[in-house]
Every structure is written in C-alpha cells, then in structure tokens.
Design a protein around this ligand. Structure first.
Ligand code: PMT
Length: 396
C-alpha cells in the first residue's frame, strides 16, 4: 500500500527524533518516496545527513535556503506530499500548528499543505498532561488532524510514563490502513439506521427525540467511501444522504422495523445508530381536543429492532449504539449482551459535545473480544472512521 506514496516526514526537536530515522528507513524499504523537513532543534538531536542518507533525498531545514529557483520549497513540498507525518511532534510544534504559526520551514509547509496529516506527540509526561498542550491537541483534532496517542513506557528522563512516540512499526501500520481504507469494506453490504422516529398521537402531534441523524449519516458516508454498498434507513431529518447511498425514509419505529427487515437477509453488517422510540401511543384519527380535564396517554412498547435482529442473525455483524445518561458502562455492557451485538458504541449524552445534535461525539466501543476502546471528543465523521475500522478489522 505504501509503495510509490509520497511521504513528507516533519521531524521536530525531541529525543524521539532518533526513532524518526528508523521510520524513514522502514518507509523507504516499503517503497515510499520520503522527503524530510527538520526543525532547527531537531538537528541538535540527529543530523540532516542521517535523514539524507536514509531517504536518498536532500533534507530541508531552513525556509530561506531555496535549493531550486523554479519553485518555492515549502509550497512545493506541501503540494507534493500524499501524506504528511509529524514525528516526533513536540509540545512546541504542536502549539504552533494548532495556532497557525509559520515561523520555520516545518510549520510553514504544514500551514500550506492540504494533505492528510498524522501527528505523533512525544514529550515528557507532565508536559503531555499540561492544560495548554491538552488544549492544543484537542484543537488539532477538531481541525481534522489525526493526532495519535503517545505510548506509555520508559522515558528518556529515566522513569516510566506516558509520552513516548509511537514505534515506527505502529506508524507504518497506520499508514497502511490509511492508504488501504478506500477498499477496506469493498464488496460488503451495510445497513445503517439513523435519525429519530416520530410516533404520532393524532394528525397534528407526535412524540420524538432530539436525534439529528448526523451520526448515522456520517457512518453512511464513511462506509460508502470505504467501498461498501450502503443502505440508510432514516427517520425524518434535514440532512441529504451521501451520494451513492440508498435511502429508505421512514417515520415511526414500526416503519423502521419493516424497512430494516426487508434488507436484513442481504446484508453483511447492520449498524443501529437511530434513536428509535421505545414506546408509541395509539393514533387518534381526529385531533385530540382540549377540555378542562387533565389527560393521560397510554404508551405501548415498540419492537426492539436491534434485539430482534440479534435473535435472527446468521452471519451478519451487528453494531448497536447506546445513548446513556447514567450508569453508562453497566448499561452499555448490558445492551451489548441483550441485543446480541458484536460491537456496542456507547455515548454519554450528558457530556458536552456528545450525543444528540452535535457535530462531535465522545464514544466508547465495547466488544466481546477486546478491552473497551475509549475515544476522545472528535468529529462524528472521525468517530465513524474509527467504528468502520473496528468493523473492517473483525470482518477480515
Ligand atoms: O443523530 P445525532 O443527533 O447525530 O445523535 C446521535 C445519537 C445520540 C442518536 C447516537 O449516537 C446514538 O446514541 N444512537 C442510539 C440512540 C438510542 O436509541 O439508544 P438506546 O440506548 O435507546 O438504544 C440502544 C440500541 O437499540 C440502539 O442501537 C437503538 O438503535 C436500538 N433500538 C432501540 C429501541 C428500539 N425500539 N429498537 C432499536 O433497535
């Protein structure tokens, strides 16, 4: 996957710069074309000559040393790259990128580039926990950069803690997955439920919830991009379906159940991100009239769609969601079992930036085969990417 890819490696000044040299060597061995930019501080740890020898390319350290008159180096490099890696990314460089600084060759190139960017923080554990650094990392994630967790282990300071740069082998695995993601789900049929349901009380009133459909539509978009054939069963929302996705529009939980059942036998994966009503009233043919009395409405249980599918499933891979406000972990684990799901994506909808209506979500993915995967706040699109990668890994 990496063969012939153009990878721009940006090395900032930390002790982990030595790992960037090993990374360069592995990328070149895998067939990538690698160009390296070093910050001035990085050259104090490892010399540019090391990277030149390993990459077989000249190394860039200074914005004002223009090597070829035909182009401006930092603009040329920013357009040349298929993927930009910042490894190691120091607290200083992270701060500069997060705040749009362009005061050296490395940051100027990054500011000019629209290539996908992978950032690998490496620093002392106290620096990593610092509020400003945490804020800057968070900002990068919100801006769409892929910021990877630092590793836990022996640090140069002589103690064990969090802050190590990820190992070159792990970084290569991320890159392979990235370049392969177009085809990760090709040949798979995926059914996704999204949005709210509305349960009519009478011709003018209904019971519903705050689901906007953003989570489910992001899942549909990512699944489609990864090569899957996607059917989206959606309650009433204001979003347009991603191009190429088959949309089945429904209103009520009962209609959603019917639509899902009509597709179930043909699909490989079902993802239930819809907020389906658990209870529905009897529909009054005429508008319920106001009078002086209090009224009460009887509500009847709807069919639990995901639970029914869980009981029927043969080879389908099933992903349920859980929208929780309390006892989040216990309730989510219970739903994973009761719905006979393979993955359970849990969101605590009381958290700021999580759940209904927001552009971001904060989820934990529960499974039967791995420890829970706690994800930080990220865009719903990136949450969808993570979920699809978890599915693809297991379908393999
Ligand atoms: O649409 P957004 O504004 O982007 O918001 C996203 C979201 C909060 C709706 C989404 O992230 C989410 O949590 N979806 C599940 C909402 C929900 O109904 O959760 P639940 O815990 O009540 O249900 C558990 C699972 O059972 C879900 O997969 C649900 O789709 C399914 N279910 C529930 C009831 C029912 N009658 N049939 C079902 O299939």
């Amino acid at each position: 996957m990496i063969k012939n890819k153009k990878i721009l490696l940006c090395v900032s000044g930390g002790i982990a710069a030595f790992k960037a040299a090993a990374l360069t060597s592995k990328l070149v061995q895998a067939g990538a074309e690698v160009k390296v930019i070093m910050s001035h501080s990085a050259t104090k740890f490892v010399t540019p000559l090391t990277f030149q020898a390993l990459s077989h390319n000249e190394v860039y350290t200074d914005t004002f040393t223009e090597k070829t008159p035909e182009n401006i180096s930092h603009i040329h490099l920013s357009e040349w790259a298929d993927l930009v890696l910042v490894a190691p990314a120091t607290a200083n460089t992270i701060g500069k990128i997060a705040n749009g600084f362009a005061d050296n060759m490395l940051t100027s190139t990054i500011l000019a580039s629209s290539a996908p960017m992978f950032i690998y923080p490496a620093m002392n554990s106290n620096m990593l926990a610092n509020k400003a650094v945490t804020r800057n990392i968070h900002r990068l994630k919100m801006d769409g950069y892929h910021v990877f967790e630092s590793g836990y282990g022996y640090l140069a300071e002589g103690f064990v803690g969090k802050g190590r740069m990820q190992e070159p082998e792990q970084i290569i695995a991320h890159i392979e997955l990235f370049f392969d993601s177009d085809k990760l789900l090709s040949g798979k049929k995926i059914l996704i439920t999204a949005g709210p349901t509305i349960e009519k009380l009478d011709p003018v009133r209904y019971i519903s919830n705050f689901s906007s459909g953003k989570m489910g539509y992001a899942l549909a978009e990512v699944a489609q991009k990864m090569g899957a054939e996607v059917t989206l069963v959606s309650g009433p929302v204001t979003l347009s379906p991603p191009p190429g996705v088959l949309l089945l529009s429904v209103d009520s939980a009962a209609e959603m159940f019917e639509a899902v059942m009509s597709q179930f036998n043909d699909v490989d994966v079902v993802i239930g991100s819809a907020a389906v009503a658990d209870y529905s009233p009897n529909f009054a043919e005429n508008k319920i009239k106001k009078n002086d009395e209090e009224i009460s409405i009887d509500l009847y249980k709807t069919t639990d769609i995901m639970k029914s599918l869980g009981e029927m499933k043969t080879n389908q891979f099933m992903v349920a969601f859980a929208a929780e406000t309390n006892n989040v972990e216990e309730n989510s684990k219970g739903k994973l079992v009761r719905k006979n799901a393979d993955l359970l994506v849990s969101n605590d909808v009381t958290q700021h930036g999580a759940g209904f209506g927001t552009d971001t979500n904060i989820v934990t993915i529960y499974s039967n085969d791995e420890e829970p995967l706690h994800l930080p706040k990220m865009s719903k699109y990136n949450v969808a990417m993570e979920i699809m990668q978890q599915i693809a890994k297991r379908l393999k």
